[in-house]
Each structure stands twice: as structure tokens, then as C-alpha cells.
Design a protein around this ligand. Sequence first.
Ligand code: ADP
Ligand code: MG
Length: 477
Amino acid sequence: METAFKSMSLFVKENRNPCILVEKDGTIVLANTLFKNKFSLHEDDNFLTRITVRQSLQDWYDILKNSEETEVVQMDNFAISIRDNVECLCKAHVFYSRDKQQAVVTFILPASEVDIPSSVYASSFGCVSKTILLVSREGQIMDVNHKVTSLFNMSRKELVGRHVQTIYRKLNTLKDDAERVYADYVRRLQTFGEAMLTGRFEKDPNDIKFFEIRSSYNMESDIYVVEVKDCTETEMLRKQLEHSGSLSTVGQMAASIAHEIRNPMTTLKGFVQLMEVTATGDTAKYLEVVDSELQRMEAILNEMLMLSKPTEEKYSEFSLGVLITKVLEIMKPKAMFESIEIDWQDSSFCNSMIYSNADKLKQVLLNLFKNAFEAMGPGGVLTLKLEKGPGEHSFSLTVTDTGKGMSELQVKNMFMPFFTSKPEGTGLGLPFVLKTMEDLGGSVAVTSQLELGTTFMLVFPVHCMQDVHEITHLPAN
Ligand code: ADP
Ligand code: MG
């Protein structure tokens, strides 16, 4: 008898399904861990009260009444409540010992109710393709998946146990108000159970990434699930939009200012011309100066208007090589005066035909050459190269100077309207270069090193390839 009970209790304990040993009246004598967990067993739990359907209860009594000592009876649709308000239909194997008046019941649960071992969850968490951290209520990192370790180049061991703020600090390196933003985020998280934060991570100055950090509190497990999402592409797109937005604002401003100034200027010009007819001596000389200054003002206004004008006008087909040579002609006196050498072999790449607005491109080149000259002292060299590629359908112009170069901050901001490091600068030269090149379907790239110099690379889409000698439409000077 004693051994029979021992073997029954061993059977219960070692069973790989939820399993119990019950008295005839339903009192649970023994339950294995699987049963305890799955059926949330409490004290004085009576098995019979768990049977939820009259038919199942009837089947149970039939087994107790009819079963032979040696056989295991299977009940196929045994209705039972697993825990409060959760019932399921399962299979139950019943072995009733007439002798001990006790039964061993093993439950075969439907697949939907079978608990997946936590080791399966743990290994699945490890290979999830999203970047996820599990954080305790106190803010300690409890686990991270492989995406986190590769993102921060830190092992799981190094991360687990640290305060999650280590991660936030890494992701907010350049924000001045990072601490305030973090405190605000924690407050939202504690109040609403979820919060979002954006951050940036700078592996090195050329590899900046933007992130969205979403946290939500999981009440059941009492932890925060933190997901880090790379949103660099979206952020870049947003910045580009913002930038083109500010460019068009500048354009609108330029247009309205030019318009306002042009009207009184036309009047002035008219009067000056009238006075010039009768003026003599010193007055004539002064009027000449006034006239030339007015012309200069007009030229500046035109430059500003360039920024705002839509590019539909005056498109033609021409050779960029020829245009460069023409623009360099304008720069030559200045180069000689400042002892700057210009290195440009027109023959290097002749078939540089493009379809574009020649006036605007002339202005682009002038802006770049002017900047290069302003960055160099006597002895400086301006090197121009026109080459095929990158790719089959484009060619590039590189403008290299041996000037003072730019700092990281300058490179970052140089395309922003009104950004200038010169006392007399307008900060409108490069925004014009960028806008024109983009309107053309091309692009601008820059590399610069302090004290060594700067290279601007303009990439043009090829309109057609044709030898330079056959060019018929040359841009007006
Ligand atoms: P501006 O010439 O009126 O300052 P730009 O838009 O032409 O405006 O240029 C913006 C800034 O970019 C300049 O003030 C300068 O700091 C920097 N920059 C542009 N080109 C060069 C260059 N070739 N070498 C060094 N710095 C340059
Ligand atoms: Mg300039």
C-alpha cells in the first residue's frame, strides 16, 4: 500500500503534464509544479469544483464507479476551469485506485494552453530583429538582445546591471538640455506607462544616427520594455525639407526686398542720367561715381533675386568646360593681383554637354571660385578638374583650393542661408550653389581640412555627349 502511494506520488511529481493526486471527494492531495502554475492552485482547492460541465462531472463519477484497478481511463472532452474565468476542454487520463480511494489525474491541455518554457522565450528575445532592452522599475538594465550589443559595441555582460541612463546618455551626446529632456521623459513614463524620446548617437563625426526610444511599462512582469528604433533616414529627409523650406523663405525675402529697392533705384537712375546731360567738371565726375555705384547695387540685387527665381527660364544646351573657361577669364585679373595660380586644363574632358540655365551655373562657379580665393592667400592654387562619372550618366567638377579649410561646424552649416564666417559675407553664396545644383538634378559634396584646403565636388547629370568643337550654343558672357 505504502509503495503504491509512493509510486503514485512519484508519477504525479515527475509527470511532464499538469498532474494531481485526488481523494474521491475531490480533495487535492498532491499536485506537480506544472499543475500548480497552470491551474493557479490555492489552499482548500477542491478538484470537483473545477469541473465546469455537468456531463464531465458525470463522466468522472462513472470512472470512479466502474474503473478497474489496473486501467487508465481517458476522458476526451473534459471541461475544467484552469483559473478564474478561464475554462478549457482538455483530455484527462484518470487512474483510480479502488484500494486507496484516490485517483491520479493527468491533463493533456490543448496547444493554445500549453506554456512555452521560459528558455524558449529567452532565446527568442535574443534574436529578435528589433533593438530591445528590458529595464527594471529602478532603471537597471536586466537584459538586452543582440541588436543592442552590436549597436553600442558593448557585450551583454557590460550592459546588464547598469543604469539605463548610460544608454540614454550615449544617445543624447550632443543635446545641451539632455538632462531636462530625460527627466521629462521619465515623468511621462511614470505617469502614463509609456513614453517616447528621440536621440542621436555619434559613433564618429561622419556616422551620426538618429533614434527613437519607446518605453512601455509591463505591469505583469513589472518591467519596462525599451525599444530603440533607427530613424536616421526619416530624420535626414525631415532636415532636407526644413532646409529647402528655409531656402524658399530666403528666396521670398530676397524677392520682396529686391522689389522694394528697385523702384526707388529706377527713379534715382533716371534723375542721374538727366543730370549727367548738363553736368560739368566735378559734378560730372561725382555723377559718374553715383552711376557706377548704382549699377553695383543693381548687380547685388540681381544676385539676390537669383535665389528666389524659379528655374524654368533660359534653359539651353552648352558645354560646361567652355563655361568654366569663360568664368575663369573673369577671375584672372584678381588671381594675378593676389598671386593665385589657377590649374585648369580645358582639354581634360571636352564633351561636357549639359542642358541647363547657363547664367545660374555661371553664378554657381563664381560663388565657388570667390570663396576659394577668399580662403587662400598669395601662393594659393585653385585646381579644377572635369571628369566622367561617378556612374555612366554623370560627370563631376571638382574645385580644390589650398586655403584655410573649414572646421566641422563650418562644414555642417555652410549651406544654411546667412551662415558666414566673413565680416563682409552674406552667407548666400553656397545656398545658391546647392539650390541650383539640386534644381538641375545634380548634387554637391564637400571635403575640407583646416589649414590644408577645401574641395567642392559638383556632380552633373549628362545631357548628351558631344565633342566640344561642335558646340553651337555658347552661353552669353
Ligand atoms: P559667404 O562667402 O558670404 O560667407 P557662402 O555661402 O559663400 O557665404 O559661404 C559660407 C561660409 O562657408 C563661408 O563664410 C566660409 O566660412 C565657408 N566656406 C565656403 N567656401 C569655403 C572655402 N573654399 N574654404 C573655406 N571656407 C569656405
Ligand atoms: Mg561666398
